[in-house]
Design a protein around this ligand. Structure first.
Ligand code: GLA
Length: 674
């Protein structure tokens, strides 16, 4: 496979049409009073199921078809739902994905559970799950076979019998996939199963999984209770982000009983940091997405349980109004999402897509709250109530999300004032040489923050000195305390990233103690050597890539590290350079000591004629070179830029405006003159 495509979606849809007998006429469900856009009433299924987005577990993201997907696992998950309080937190469905069946039906055309995985059959597992007060789900495909290459039987042409078999087993939820569908019209395939499920008389949540190919949000509100909007998620930041961006614009289509499904959770599977998993969980909850846990809870860390059990965030996902968040603002990777809640509150997510801390701000007025002197502000990850006179603002760590529940509350002044902590930079420190940093603590409230003390905590052996006041007896509402700091890393400190957390301790007028923390970092850097410095040989400050890791002196190849080929653009090879994949950003510390950067850039020949990307060079905050869009058909293009005086240089690759598929991009012969 070349580039960022979802492997699981490469299953082929055949072209032969089904016999007419397998088709049913369109039978739209009865219209109800639900509205999608405020003007167009959207019909929905009349069964009253999935009034809030379904919550539960599905094995696929953690096991795929591996042998560990079996009865023992499924029972173990059900046990943990109880033991770890997940059932109490709202998780209900324990669902099987692909590979539970044998490849052939029995003599009566019935599906046969794989006896290795499910030696006691499926009903026994369903009974066990039900005995815990939970619900049970299963999977098949709206095609003649499921998606796994082993080819398990699909439901196409067997809808009635399969639906009845599921109902007899006690199935409460069906995920209906899209592989091997013989090119039969999607609406027809999914409606046929809807009608078959209905005919069983058993309430079954119906999850349409056709990956957004036929825009199900436009026609499926009375076919299923939820519909996948995208291809498969994988356990990476770039996959999660790309899916969120596809799903966000579909907000008008979601509502009780009819949800956009941006795919199951990856929280806890190991491919993202906990900060990124908190963003994933926050975004999914803001988007009123189904929350289907996708990690093997038997091996999950306490942090994973803490994220998945965050009742404050779950309450946003499960809010009875069922309105998916909309994007209030999105600017240079700083996102403000707002979701209207049933009691009139607003959920506000400040999401930082970038690799640097970012200040993201809005106001109570802009998120749609009525005019008032103050508002209650609940931080849903800190579980802390404060108040604001209107500003909603935070410095959000790289890839992080701050989520607030904001309420018009007459008793707002009973809560401590919110303070916003920030720094003016992520310091770049040469070992042994002092560097400067400024911190700010702003009181967003209407009452004073008393006995304020600001602390910057450095690693062992570092020196830190406040060169201006770091305390205040009282910081009045609306005021900011700015403190200058001088920090020195010990001579010999190894290059890399170090924690540099900032905290502001204060008391509310009622004496309540509050600590506001900002998880900052500092980089210990080494100046580049004088002469020619190749980009592949200099240490990176940061490196982000849309597919696999950034590679030194090879193309990006596949998603594993070190699996690229020789850098080759339009038939010309380059012994040195960086192999990246859009969207990418690699940054370097040049410390004002380099004069120029140059490279030969283009799409690597491993993408064939496909792929398109733009190459940009940034010196500090200035764009000093840009190629416009280059495609897989183009020869290498020379880029050269003055970087004189710059402290940092960033090499940025954009997706050329058409998504990141096949965008294997090379910085051939990339070098600095220093
Ligand atoms: C498709 C679906 C996935 C998963 C697999 C199983 O790719 O989109 O969610 O169910 O099939 O084979």
């Amino acid at each position: 496979m070349v580039g960022a495509l979802s492997a699981a979606l490469l299953c082929t849809a055949g072209v032969t049409a089904l016999p007419a007998a397998a088709r049913t006429p369109d039978t739209p469900g009865p219209a109800d009073t639900a509205h999608t856009t405020g003007t167009t009433p959207a019909p929905r299924l009349p069964d009253g199921l999935a009034k809030t987005p379904p919550m539960g577990f599905n094995n696929w993201n953690s096991t795929h078809c591996r042998a560990e997907f079996n009865e023992e696992m499924v029972k173990g998950i059900a046990d943990l739902f109880i033991a770890k309080g997940l059932k109490d937190a709202g998780y209900q469905y324990v669902n099987l994905d692909d590979c539970w069946a044998l490849p052939t039906r029995d003599g009566n055309g019935k599906l046969v559970p794989d006896p290795q995985r499910f030696p006691n059959g499926i009903k026994a597992v369903a009974d066990y799950v039900h005995s815990k007060g939970l619900k049970f789900g299963i999977y098949t495909s709206a095609g003649i076979k499921t998606c796994n290459p082993a080819g398990f039987p699909g439901g196409l042409g067997h809808e009635k019998s399969d639906a009845q078999q599921f109902a007899d087993w006690g199935v409460d939820y069906l995920k209906y996939d899209n592989c091997n569908n013989l090119g039969v019209d999607a609406k027809q395939r999914y409606r046929t199963m809807r009608d078959a499920l209905k005919a069983t008389g058993r309430p079954i949540v119906y999850s349409i999984c056709e990956w957004g190919e036929n825009k199900p949000w436009e026609w499926a509100s009375d076919v299923g209770h939820l519909w996948r909007t995208t291809g498969d998620i994988s356990d990476s930041w770039s996959s999660m982000l790309a899916i969120a961006k596809q799903n966000l614009p579909l907000a008008p289509y979601a509502g009780p009983g009819r949800w956009n499904d941006p795919d199951m959770l990856e929280v806890g599977n190991g491919g993202m940091t906990d900060t990124e998993y908190r963003s994933h969980f926050s975004l999914w909850s803001m988007m009123a997405a189904p929350l289907l846990i996708g990690s093997d809870l038997r091996k999950a860390t306490p942090e994973t349980f803490e994220i998945l059990s965050n009742k404050d965030v779950i309450a946003i996902d499960q809010d009875a109004l069922g309105k998916q968040a909309t994007v209030l603002k999105s600017e240079s990777g700083r996102w403000t999402l707002v979701r209207q809640l049933a009691n009139g509150d607003r959920a506000v997510a400040l999401f930082n897509e970038t690799g640097q801390p970012q200040q993201i701000s809005t106001t109570a007025k802009d998120v749609g709250l009525p005019q008032a002197d103050g508002y209650r502000l609940r931080d849903l990850w800190q579980h802390r109530d404060t108040h604001t006179t209107g500003t909603i603002s935070a410095t959000v760590p790289a890839h992080g999300t701050t989520v607030y529940r904001v309420s018009a509350d007459r008793r707002w002044a009973d809560y401590p004032p919110a303070v916003e902590t920030g720094t003016d930079r992520t310091p770049l420190v040469e070992a042994g040489t002092p560097a400067d940093l400024r911190s700010t603590v702003r009181n967003l409230g209407g009452t004073p923050a008393k006995n304020l003390a600001v602390t910057l905590k450095a690693p062992q052996g570092w020196q830190i000195k406040a060169t201006s006041p770091a305390t205040a007896r009282a910081l009045p509402g609306g005021r900011t305390l700015t403190t200058s700091w001088r920090i020195t890393a010990p001579a010999g400190a190894a290059p890399g990233t170090y924690d540099l957390p900032l905290t502001a301790d204060y008391r509310s007028p009622r004496g309540e103690r509050v600590t506001a923390a900002l998880p900052g970092t500092a980089h210990v850097v080494v100046p580049p050597p004088s002469g020619t410095a190749y980009a592949a040989e200099l240490p990176w400050l940061t490196a982000a890539n849309g597919w696999g890791p950034v590679e030194k002196n090879t193309s990006v190849g596949e998603s594993a590290s070190g699996d690229g080929g020789p850098i080759t653009i339009g038939g010309t090879g380059f012994a040195r350079g960086l192999g990246v994949h859009a969207a990418s950003e690699v940054s370097f510390y040049t410390g004002g000591r380099c004069s120029t950067f140059s490279a030969q850039v283009g799409i690597d020949d491993e993408s064939g004629d496909k792929g398109s990307a733009g190459f940009e060079v940034w010196a500090d905050g200035r764009r000093v070179a840009g190629t416009g869009t280059l495609t897989g058909a183009d020869a290498a293009k020379a880029v050269s830029a003055s970087v004189a005086g710059a402290q940092t240089v960033r090499l940025v690759v954009t997706d050329g405006g058409d998504g990141i598929d096949y965008d294997h991009a090379d910085w051939g012969d990339a070098k600095f003159s220093c």
